[in-house]
Design a protein around this ligand. Structure first.
Ligand code: 1Q0
Length: 211
């Protein structure tokens, strides 16, 4: 992970995460999240409770990937198959497998939907649009539905500390606004594709509500 964030790198990691037959490599999926965490860290301490949670989830998945069953954690598809076949997932309530790969990745997957919605708003936004409004609208439509009141409140406070639209465009390190908008246009279909593949896989296996 390099120090300066770049949207281009996020795009590349998500592109690398798709295999030829449209499976998703966990290694690159995680790498994409690491880039986003580094971006979030650059925004200030208000966001550290969010980045801590993401880092913790990345760590859980990395431990599986480097562990004795690592070969089963190469793609999201192989992970789901392995964990289900070996009854390693708490399906209805938290029990002996509170930190399965499936439930951990589901949290990131839901957050990816937030990212998709937010970036689409950013891409099509007018110059005077507020990032806090774009962020919170995207949040209400996605992640908020899975978060209890207290977290929704804390997230609302964090959104108020977001920098303006210009800063966001600059931090993406992808040239002027026209170029950033173009790169967002290129990134979004990829992010959507990774999201949709995961969503379909989880839906097919009834995993969308894992505790
Ligand atoms: C840049 C602004 C960041 C705004 C983030 C919006 C999402 C807020 C999510 C808040 C999570 C709060 C902390 C803990 C939540 C957990 O309870 C929850 C469930 O886990 P569990 O184990 O209790 O069942 N965890 C989650 O839902 C995971 C949440 C992950 C949030 C990831 C947000 C990632 C944001 C990255 C920065 C994106 C920058 C966008 C622009 C970059 C351009 C490419």
């Amino acid at each position: 992970m390099a120090d300066t964030f770049s949207l281009q790198r996020v795009l590349e990691t998500f592109r690398s995460s798709l295999t030829e037959n449209k499976e998703v490599y966990i290694k690159y999926y995680i790498a994409g999240w690491k880039e986003l965490v580094s971006f979030m860290n650059s925004l200030g301490n208000v966001f550290s409770f969010i980045s801590k949670d993401v880092i913790c989830k990345i760590q859980i998945l990395e431990n599986f990937l480097s562990g004795e069953n690592g070969s089963h954690y190469v793609t999201i598809q192989s992970m789901v198959k392995f964990e289900l076949e070996n009854e390693l997932v708490d399906l209805t309530k938290r029990g002996s497998h509170p930190e399965s790969g499936c439930r951990t990745l589901l949290r990131l997957h839901r957050a990816l939907r937030w990212l998709e919605l937010f970036l689409e708003r950013l891409r099509t936004s007018a110059e005077d649009s507020k990032t806090s409004v774009m962020c919170s609208d995207a949040y209400s439509e996605s992640l908020a539905q899975h978060h209890p009141w207290l977290i929704r409140k804390a997230v609302g406070v964090a959104f108020c500390a977001l920098p303006g639209r210009d800063t966001f465009f600059n931090v993406m390190n992808a040239g002027d606004q026209v170029q950033v908008v173009a790169l967002l246009g290129e990134s979004l279909p990829l992010i959507s594709e990774v999201y949709q593949i995961t969503e379909d896989l989880y839906a097919k296996n009834n995993l969308l509500e894992l505790p």
